[in-house]
Design a protein around this ligand. Structure first.
Ligand code: A3P
Length: 434
């Protein structure tokens, strides 16, 4: 495709993203030298939507991660001509991504921060996590489901998408169900601007199962909320629709903030299976810091001001993994497995092969084509990618990216995690190198 057609395609996508613009003044407004954020005012969500839209138009995966990540850091803005160069080169050949990158001037020195997290701070952090309240009454347990347990920023969206590629599994985006007694409480909790998108995983699941559109899916969820349908009943509704041959996979990292919530999986399901996805604490912390995740977690926004972002990142890793570990101590070994994010991205075939064995399924090579068939894998959001409940960065990678395992080492030293965190990390098979 020649450059002018590519430019036109990008312009058309931009117009779709920002429909209020006066495109009569188009030629003056936008040029190859325009910056997407500084000149055109795109938000980071629109950024991702633009890239996914370009892939749709071209009918192929481009993988924008290498364009956006320079020397391990996400660039803060992007000129349209750099985007055109990159996409053009990707289309005509498999030019190594590094040769196409805009020049960067980032400092590669790893800052040697030392963690200040201690037991007092940990107790204080635990005290600001909301209590889930009374759980639902359970008369009859639902049939087996799989729970993917992890701290946030541990690669759970990637794993969910891989699992969604197996015909024996149904792995929708984050369901956000276990915290709540019924669908009315859940609806009430997700009415803020910054958390409304969390309802979308359950709607997306229903859309896929009933083959209906988003308006019909939303209407169905609203009807469930109006009758205050208890959460176990809603899980049963999902399981009925997916039939006896497929296992439901629930990946909701927020569940791990509370052991009470985790225990509800045992209360509501017969012999569920658990996958503990764990990432190196410093890798998760770096990811949390980079995503400014505390801005999207309601209890951190309300009560987290006494902590720095670095501390919140570490405390989130610590609390979630402590809760998961303590919870899994009471679960028979044959119903739980641990998977390291680093193994998943560096040896995906072996990791997913072993995971399939644990789940009693045959391994399917197509599972690893995580960027194929985004619709069937339900990572396309309700109306747009930006409304997806999960990690938007997933869309930028374009492949399972093995370099992501160790990238954090450019920015954090191992001392960025406290002795407390290291103690737990070592029990989860992470070793200090220095
Ligand atoms: P980074 O921010 O370190 O890049 P979660 O889905 O649990 O929120 O995890 C998000 C992390 O998974 C992010 O880590 C994200 O980049 C990483 N991730 C998403 N897709 C990936 C892929 N295809 N290969 C490697 N890592 C991926």
């Amino acid at each position: 495709m020649d450059r002018s057609r590519l430019f036109a395609l990008v312009c058309a996508r931009l117009q779709g993203l920002v429909p209020d613009w006066d495109f009569a003044g188009w030629p003056d407004r936008i040029s190859p030298a325009s910056h997407l954020i500084a000149d055109l005012g795109l938000t980071s969500v629109e950024f991702v939507e633009l890239f996914v839209g370009i892939e749709q138009d071209l009918g192929r995966t481009i993988g924008f991660h290498d364009l956006l990540m320079v020397d391990g850091r996400y660039i803060s803005d992007l000129r349209i001509d750099h985007l055109l160069d990159y996409v053009g080169a990707r289309i005509v050949s498999s030019v190594p991504a590094a040769e196409m990158l805009p020049t960067a001037s980032q400092d590669l020195q790893a800052p040697h921060q030392c963690s200040t997290v201690d037991t007092v701070m940990l107790a204080r952090f635990r005290s600001i996590i909301p209590h889930p309240g009374r759980g639902p009454e359970v008369q009859i347990k639902n049939r087996r489901a799989v729970f993917l347990l992890s701290a946030p920023r541990s690669g759970s969206t990637l794993l969910q998408t891989i699992l969604a590629g197996h015909p024996g599994l149904f792995a929708p985006p984050e369901l956000h169900l276990l915290w709540f007694q019924d669908l009315a409480h859940r609806k009430h909790a997700f009415q803020q601007d910054n958390n409304r998108h969390l309802v979308s995983g359950a709607i997306r699941a229903i859309m896929e199962l009933d083959q209906i559109d988003s308006a019909q899916g939303e209407a169905l969820l609203d009807a469930c909320a109006r009758q205050a349908m208890p959460v176990p009943q809603f899980y049963a509704l999902l399981q009925r629709r997916l039939g006896r041959k497929r296992l439901l996979v629930d990946k909701t990292p927020a569940n791990a903030y509370s052991q009470d919530v985790l225990r509800r999986a045992e209360d509501q399901f017969r012999e569920p299976l658990y996958v503990h996805l764990v990432r190196h604490p410093c890798g998760m912390m770096r990811s949390f810091i980079d995503a400014k995740l505390e801005r999207t977690v309601p209890f951190m926004m309300r009560h987290g001001r006494e902590f720095t972002r670095d501390q919140l990142a570490e405390l989130a890793w610590l609390v979630c993994n402590e809760n998961i570990t303590a919870f899994l101590e009471g679960i028979p070994p044959e119903r739980q497995v641990r998977l390291h994010y680093e193994d998943l991205v560096t040896s995906p075939q072996a990791s997913i092969g072993a995971l399939c064995g644990f789940l009693g399924l045959d391994y399917r090579a197509e599972m690893l084509d995580a960027y194929e068939d985004k619709q069937a894998r339900m990572v396309d959001g309700l109306h747009s990618i930006g409304e997806m409940s999960g990690d938007l960065k997933f869309h930028l990678h374009g492949r399972i990216d093995r370099d992501a395992a160790e990238r954090w080492r450019r920015f954090l030293s191992e001392e960025a995690a406290s002795t407390l965190t290291w103690r737990l990390a070592e029990s989860l098979d992470y070793a200090r190198r220095h």
